[in-house]
Design a protein around this ligand. Structure first.
Ligand SMILES: [Zn+2]
Length: 340
């Protein structure tokens, strides 16, 4: 199995994310707390989702340890399952990665206790250290450090990952005001992460395709390493640039995040168009974050020139009973379809 940099030399790499939202939608994970205890309660659900994402074109199996760190589990009263949860998540992901010839990624993320200079910083470092150690012991090929809105926190994670000798993908979460919480720009954050030894830097989560693209162009211009882009599949706009900012007019202007985002969901075509635009900018590590479903991943993978197993079932409307034109489709039905 080639490593991440060898894979990127061959062409674009696809990485499916979004396990938290998808397991919640399937009824195996609680919104609000948003911790991945599904890996212990129903590992078969997580394993199946890993398989579906690989089937749809993901080159990376990311262990589902998002929000499975000590600080988050402590807040929801589940610190006792920390180590079993992490080891199980890694073992489930490793099984799928080894069977499918894909890369196994460990994962660390925003702790929601970090602040520059705060007494919590050593705890945050310790949390990254234990998670990275478990990932290394499970044979991870790389670590994804994701959804950081503090550059300082991301650099802390990166230092720990580099200390373990593993390749790091570092992606930043850019909220409504378009800056990092430390005050700098996303492109500066990416430049700093590249200088600190990240193999791939970029953006994930929070923003949909339309409001992530302009930032990606700036990131691509600021770094020389490979760039990652994993938007949420939601129709964010200039006025409402993040999934948290979306307000649903059909519900009296209520906030859609996090459990009522359905009416804003992007089509697979929109994700394909996003991937094409990102590739044109020179972005070669592509994926989809919270809200992603396999049809989105397939659209990104196919746009990147891949033919995943799921492509066998990609749409062929020529065979449709009304909309199709294949021999045997009754002309009268085709005429009728024009009036539907
Ligand atoms: Zn996300």
């Amino acid at each position: 199995m080639p490593d991440l940099s060898a894979l990127l030399e061959r062409g674009p790499v696809v990485c499916a994310e979004g396990y938290l939202f998808e397991c919640e939608r399937r009824g195996y994970l609680q919104a609000g707390a948003f911790v991945p205890d599904v890996v212990l309660d129903h590992p078969e659900v997580v394993e199946e989702l890993h398989r579906e994402f690989v089937h749809a074109g993901s080159d990376v199996v990311e262990a589902f340890t998002y929000y499975g760190h000590r600080q988050k589990l402590r807040v929801v009263g589940k610190e006792d399952i920390l180590e079993p949860l992490n080891r199980q998540a890694l073992s489930v992901a490793a099984g799928v990665a080894r069977q499918t010839g894909t890369l196994l990624a460990g994962n660390v993320c925003n702790t929601n206790v970090y602040e520059p200079g705060s007494p919590a910083v050593p705890e945050v470092r310790a949390a990254f250290e234990e998670q990275v150690r478990w990932a290394a012991e499970a044979g991870a090929d790389m670590i994804i450090a994701e959804t950081f809105s503090w550059l300082g926190e991301a650099l802390l994670a990166l230092e720990v990952i580099r200390g373990a000798g593993l390749p790091a993908v570092v992606t930043f979460a850019v909220h409504r005001d378009g800056t990092m919480r430390d005050g700098g720009s996303p492109e500066d954050a990416c430049r700093r992460a590249e200088q600190a030894g990240a193999s791939v830097v970029g953006l994930n989560c929070i923003r949909g395709p339309r409001t992530m693209l302009p930032l990606l162009e700036r990131v691509r211009g600021a770094v020389s390493c490979e760039v990652a882009a994993l938007p949420v599949p939601y129709r964010t706009t200039e006025a409402e640039p993040t999934m948290q900012a979306l307000r649903d007019p059909a519900r009296g202007g209520a906030q859609a995040f996090p459990t009522s985002l359905d009416p804003f969901t992007c089509t697979r075509q929109e994700l394909g168009e996003f991937a094409a635009a990102a590739l044109a900018l020179g972005v070669r590590y592509l994926g989809v974050c919270c809200g992603a479903a396999p049809h989105h991943i397939r659209a990104v993978a196919e746009t990147a020139g891949k033919v995943p197993p799921a492509s066998r079932y990609s749409p062929d409307m020529s065979k449709h009973s009304f909309l199709g034109t294949a021999p045997g489709i009754a002309l009268s039905y085709q005429d009728y379809a024009a009036r539907l």
